[in-house]
Ligand binder design. Structure first.
Ligand SMILES: Cc1cc2nc3c(=O)[nH]c(=O)nc-3n(C[C@H](O)[C@H](O)[C@H](O)COP(=O)(O)OP(=O)(O)OC[C@H]3O[C@@H](n4cnc5c(N)ncnc54)[C@H](O)[C@@H]3O)c2cc1C
Length: 409
């Protein structure tokens, strides 16, 4: 039985402004934005969003939302729901290390005050953001949800796309938004290829507790194999807690994930140079392959790709979902400015033009950065430390890189 609420009735043929394939964070946020702007929206996802931390399949990553994301959330009325759960990032500390156990070679702290900002961003667990955004979307008058149902196929024409869902439901939409992830079925149906770079790395994502408070500082610690990142979370049962993203060569990541909690805690404490004291895992552990992937085009007839359907980046510097929200914001701004042109070739071309360069630049920069961070070769390691010193020491360079990181437009 379908839950009560704005759920799509199967087998009816529905005419809508926008069909969104995918109810991950990007798809849900697109549904929130477009329905708020008065467009009628159908969103389908074969996997209903998991909105409890302990439930099977829960997304235990967290996202540090940067200022442009907050601006979008404020605009559509979402921020007031998210703000009570958000932990501000007051500083970003970058630590370079060499050898094992890691020996600290450089530490630099970047302050948002350098840019006249009070905070770098706001960190929220993904499962909780899903819960709040889904709750918001369910209340919007213009949205119908088809959760448990996927996109199956589409046929596009000049004026509309004819979409068929996995339960046989047929829709006519002026615009199809592909927010259906890195293996996007809409991207495939639109005949758009994607270019993928693999690093042989996997990221472990989980929550950890530690006795030393994080003081709202996010820390990235580099060592051979990739970055170890702590992002501040609210206390977990009265103990300071952080979201951990820990990149390693694939087999090592698998071996770490299989360790008993006490042994994993001891490894983490060593890897974090004991900066937050003895660490303990406080949630299940999820493993994510680390890749860079970019779609060859962002649009096709009546179709726009957003988020991981368009680009996947290694989890460094809070770029992934923030870049995705730039896609959603760009489409949303264009659609609001000319609602009658929704999904037309001109509007889609403007969308592609506004996003292609930023996506390509970010993908290249994060790819290079990840290769440099991953390396244990002494010359690369020395270059990394020197680069960190220069970035921090030369104020205009520091400000430029911080602005790029913050995703200023
Ligand atoms: C370890 C890690 C940490 C990260 N930390 C950050 C961070 O701090 N900041 C940041 O900005 N980004 C971060 N990212 C990136 C960020 O999490 C992703 O960009 C984001 O989750 C991608 O969202 P998405 O909605 O595009 O994809 P997904 O979350 O993968 O959603 C795609 C959805 O499409 C659905 N789908 C699949 N097939 C179909 C179909 N046939 N029909 C309809 N729907 C379908 C799936 O069920 C899924 O729900 C991190 C990534 C990783 C791996």
């Amino acid at each position: 039985m379908r839950p009560p609420g704005p759920y799509l009735s199967a087998m009816a043929e529905t005419q809508v402004d926008i069909f969104i394939s995918g109810g991950g964070l990007a798809g849900l946020m697109a549904a929130a934005a477009f329905s708020h702007a008065g467009f009628s929206v159908v969103l389908a996802d074969p996997a209903p969003p998991v909105t409890e931390a302990r439930a099977e399949g829960s997304d235990l990553r967290s996202t540090a939302f940067l200022q442009p994301a907050r601006t979008l959330f404020e605009d559509i009325g979402l921020w007031k729901l998210l703000a009570p759960h958000a932990v501000p990032l007051d500083a970003l500390r970058i630590v370079d290390t060499k050898g094992w156990p890691p020996e600290i070679t450089e530490t630099r702290t970047f302050e948002p005050g350098d840019l006249g900002e009070t905070s770098f961003g706001w960190n929220l667990p993904n499962w909780l953001t899903r819960r709040e955004v889904l709750g918001f979307v369910e209340k919007q008058p213009h949205v119908q949800l088809a959760l448990g149902t996927g996109f199956r196929s589409m046929l596009t024409r000049t004026r509309e796309a004819l979409v068929t869902l996995t339960d046989g439901t047929r829709l006519r939409a002026r615009l199809v938004i592909a927010a259906d992830g890195r293996a996007s079925p809409v991207r495939e149906a639109a005949g758009i290829a994607a270019h993928t770079t693999r690093y042989g790395q996997k990221a472990l994502a989980f929550t950890a507790t530690h006795p030393i408070p994080h003081d709202n500082v996010s820390t990235e610690i580099y060592n051979q194999g990739g970055a170890f990142t702590t992002v501040p979370l609210p206390d977990h049962q009265g103990t300071p807690a952080s979201a951990i993203v820990w990149m390693n060569p694939g087999p090592k990541a698998q071996a770490l994930a299989a360790l008993p909690a006490a042994e994993l805690g001891a490894e983490m404490t060593l890897r974090s140079c004991n900066m937050l004291g003895p660490m303990e895992p406080a949630s299940a552990i999820r493993i994510w392959p680390v890749i860079t992937q970019t779609a060859q085009r962002l649009t096709a007839e009546r179709t726009a790709l957003v988020a991981e359907a368009a680009h996947v980046l290694p989890p460094i510097g809070a770029q992934g979902l923030n870049t995705s929200l730039h896609d959603v914001a760009a489409l949303y701004d264009l659609a609001r400015a000319a609602p009658g042109d929704l999904g037309t070739p001109g509007q889609l071309a403007r969308y592609a033009k506004s996003r292609e360069r930023d996506i390509a630049l970010r993908a290249r920069a994060i790819d290079l950065f990840n290769r440099i961070c991953q390396s244990g070769e002494p010359p690369v390691q020395a270059l990394r430390s020197a680069g960190l010193r220069a970035t921090h020491g030369i104020a205009p360079l520091r400000r430029t890189i911080m602005r790029a990181g913050l995703g200023s437009r």
